[in-house]
Design a protein around this ligand. Structure first.
Ligand SMILES: Cc1cc2nc3c(=O)[nH]c(=O)nc-3n(C[C@H](O)[C@H](O)[C@H](O)COP(=O)(O)OP(=O)(O)OC[C@H]3O[C@@H](n4cnc5c(N)ncnc54)[C@H](O)[C@@H]3O)c2cc1C
Length: 473
């Protein structure tokens, strides 16, 4: 591959002392790996950047393990990169200064489910699907669903969301408390199981979205929701992107409590049809889901069908049986991998802008026009109910000029979103990829305030260095 990380992230590797490796091996035995394959797996994510390998990987099983690893690394001034499920998209896991990757996937215990309070506490390596499996007989569910089966720790660290956010919010709204190992090995517990609190600074929300740069999350307490009495899903094709998006805007503005509304453009539909063996019409399409009582679901769906009709939507097709619905949503959730198959061997540079809902149609339509001139295949999908959409620019990993073209388009998409009062990232985070955009979005004073927070928590810059913004210890 030939896609180095952006210049700001090209940093000298720190020394990795033999004494540290010996100490880790003495404490964790075979749970320490320095094999090339394991390091390569942990030095990359789903971004297009070339891997940068950690010096070692340690597989943690408890908060105490994490504390011990962090203390040893801190003693030797060696960076620490928390690893959840490796599904991030912005270069968050690359070990740009070397160091130790702490793999939390073995921390996969459901600590407790408090059904009456509608909360669950899990170890950080539990994935969203594992949590929902454990909840199956409780009548409750956890709604946040990034396309990948990410870990709850990773999802907290990136402030993730997904298709359900329009109704249930993001990790910001749904994390009630965390256990975190700080850069010096101290353990803090933030939040409580209560649904609200005014007790001091909100550390929970500080760690949510910190991308591993402030501490290692080892336990997460989340909100749960009652499984809806009735669910129905629908697919509707539109003559243009603008009409599809305008249907969504009016649905939101009318206050229809829609649970999911996803936009998929014609090229992405072609990819989904091939990948999931479906026969959807190849035009701009909305996927809907409605949750509630039988009567409210019917009413919501009829209102949306009528709005869609006013915007030229046709073939409003219903899926009420669970297996039909899950076939549809599986197809949407695997859209990223389906799109990669449009260009065998490619990687995707993914945009993640989010704009105020009133500007969404302008942003999507102007972006569509802009992409017409590009030689790259650029399918678009989006959580449009939140004003968030992704262009997946498919590039050949052997052709630096394709990365350059994708970055040129990306800069234009972000500039457009910022000019409309939006953000460069609705849910994927900054990582390495969007560091310049962070500055453009917030300005120097705000980024300096973030650096001051980093300094307070991690003055020696041990926690996932080189991510979000540049910071030198
Ligand atoms: C096909 C596909 C679809 C996706 N769809 C969505 C989507 O709809 N919405 C969305 O929000 N994202 C989406 N993503 C991105 C990704 O799934 C999320 O960013 C997810 O939250 C990452 O979780 P993870 O467990 O894989 O974390 P990782 O990728 O392992 O890590 C992500 C970051 O969090 C840090 N981290 C991980 N675990 C911890 C921890 N315990 N403590 C502290 N820091 C930690 C890491 O150091 C890194 O900086 C998608 C990705 C793919 C590949």
């Amino acid at each position: 591959m030939n896609h180095p990380a952006p210049p700001a992230a090209r940093r000298p590797r720190r020394p990795f002392p033999a004494d540290l490796l010996l100490a880790l091996q003495a404490e964790f035995g075979e749970r320490v790996s320095t094999s090339d394959a394991v390091r390569a797996h942990h030095g990359r994510d789903e971004s297009p950047f070339d891997p940068q390998l950690p010096d070692a990987v340690v597989f943690a099983q408890s908060t105490e393990d994490v504390r011990a690893i962090v203390e040893l690394c801190a003693r030797h001034d060696v960076p620490i990169i928390p690893y959840g499920n490796g599904s991030s998209l912005e270069g968050q896991l690359l070990a740009v200064e070397g160091g130790v990757s702490i793999d939390l996937s073995g921390m996969n215990r459901i600590v407790s489910i408090a059904a009456e309070d509608m909360t669950a506490t899990v170890q950080a390596g539990v994935s969203r699907k594992t949590l929902n499996e454990a909840l199956r007989d409780t009548g409750l569910f956890f709604p946040i669903d990034p396309g990948a089966d990410a870990s709850l720790g990773g999802m907290s660290a990136t402030r993730a969301s997904g298709t359900n956010a329009v109704r249930y919010g993001t990790m910001r709204e749904n994390v009630l408390g965390l256990t975190v190992v700080l850069a010096d090995g101290r353990i803090v517990k933030t939040g409580t199981r209560a649904r609200k609190s005014s007790a001091g600074y909100d550390l929970t929300r500080l760690f949510v979205g910190s991308e591993g740069t402030l501490g290692v999350i080892t336990e997460v307490t989340v909100r749960l929701y009652p499984q809806p009495e009735a669910v129905s899903a629908a697919v509707c094709a539109f003559p243009s992107m603008g009409e599809a998006v305008r249907t969504v805007i009016e649905t939101i503005q009318l206050g229809v409590p829609i649970a999911r509304v996803e936009f998929v453009d014609s090229l992405a539909i072609r990819a989904i049809n091939r990948h999931s063996n479906l026969t959807l019409t190849e035009s701009p399409t909305l996927f809907f889901e409605f949750h509630g009582t039988e009567a409210s679901v019917k009413e919501q769906a009829e209102r949306v069908e009528s709005l869609a009709g006013e915007h030229g939507g046709s073939g409003f097709a219903w899926a009420t049986r669970p297996e039909e619905r899950s076939r549809l949503w599986n197809a949407r959730h695997t859209a990223f991998f389906a799109m990669l198959q449009l260009k065998p061997g490619c990687r995707a540079v993914t945009t993640d802008v989010c704009v105020p809902i009133s500007r969404l149609a302008d942003c999507v339509v102007e972006t569509e026009q802009d992409l017409l001139g590009s030689p790259l295949p650029c399918p678009i999908v989006g959580h449009v109910g939140d004003g968030n959409f992704h262009v997946a620019m498919l590039i050949d990993p052997e052709k630096p000029e394709e990365l350059e073209e994708a970055e040129r388009l990306n800069r234009r998409v972000v500039a457009r979103a910022l000019a409309m009062g939006g953000t460069c990232t609705g849910e994927h985070g900054i990582g390495l990829h969007k560091m310049d955009f962070l500055l453009e979005e917030h300005g120097l004073a705000a980024v300096d305030a973030m650096r001051a927070v980093k300094h307070a928590f991690d003055p020696r810059n041990l926690m996932n260095p080189g991510k979000i913004f540049s910071y030198t210890a």
